[in-house]
Design a protein around this ligand. Structure first.
Ligand code: SF4
Length: 218
């Protein structure tokens, strides 16, 4: 089977609980969620990108150097055909596999070394926001899932409302500042840091923006 791939690269994981870890990134092409602040709009059109087999993708990633972590991202990887086979194959080759997903499709499998970074959307981010919460119980039923909510300016209350409505365990929730520049991320992070301290939530960095700005392949 072939995957529709947007890009393959090696970098440091910039977000979530593994931030700072050297990682291979397999970014699948295609997303229908339509977030207004999306930083990977080039992945939306499923006809863009290129076809490659799972073996070819893994071979290209390995040729970039070693990493203990594979991050499967997008686009929206869980709505892409064959993602279950991709994840099964990846678990045979990497000690840890992370999937970055909006949650618009349910998790296709559970495994002791497979970790979902579930990033549901807040009202106002996209008209499809409610669908990204539709499988909340499935994601939270896997103890390895971390919730990562991108919080733009003005959305702090909306984030807390959703956390309460879905009774999310706060030690599994990370708030991540929205922003495409170091200055914007830093300003948002300072506000979110106060919110995290007050509410018992965690703060996710955006290391790749801090280090390299709004660039592809990092
Ligand atoms: S789900 Fe991810 S890739 Fe899709 S629009 Fe939202 S931020 Fe962009």
């Amino acid at each position: 089977m072939t995957l529709r791939v947007a890009e393959l690269f090696r970098s440091l994981q910039g977000e979530g609980p593994s931030a700072g870890t050297p990682a291979h990134f397999l970014r699948l092409q295609g997303c229908d969620v339509g977030c207004r602040w999306c930083d990977t709009k080039y992945t939306w059109d499923a006809s863009h990108g290129r076809d490659c087999t799972i073996a070819e993708a893994f071979g290209e990633l390995r040729a970039l150097g070693a990493a203990p972590l594979l991050v499967v991202t997008g686009g929206e990887p869980l709505t892409r055909p064959g993602v279950d086979r991709l994840l099964t194959a990846a678990l045979g080759q990497w000690p840890r596999v992370e999937v970055e997903t909006s949650g618009s499709a349910p998790p296709p499998l559970e495994h002791a070394r497979l970790h979902y970074m579930w990033s549901p959307k807040l009202p106002g981010v996209t008209e499809h926001w409610a669908g990204t919460w539709a499988h909340a119980a499935r994601f939270m039923g896997d103890p390895r899932t971390t919730v990562k909510i991108v919080v733009a300016e003005g959305d702090d209350s909306a984030a807390l409302e959703q956390i309460r409505a879905h009774e999310l365990p706060r030690d599994r929730v990370m708030l991540m500042p929205e922003g495409l520049t170091d200055a914007a991320v830093r300003a948002r992070a300072l506000t979110l840091a106060e919110l995290c301290l007050r509410e018992g939530l965690r703060l996710s960095p955006r290391l790749h923006v801090w280090l390299w700005g709004a660039k592809r392949g990092v």
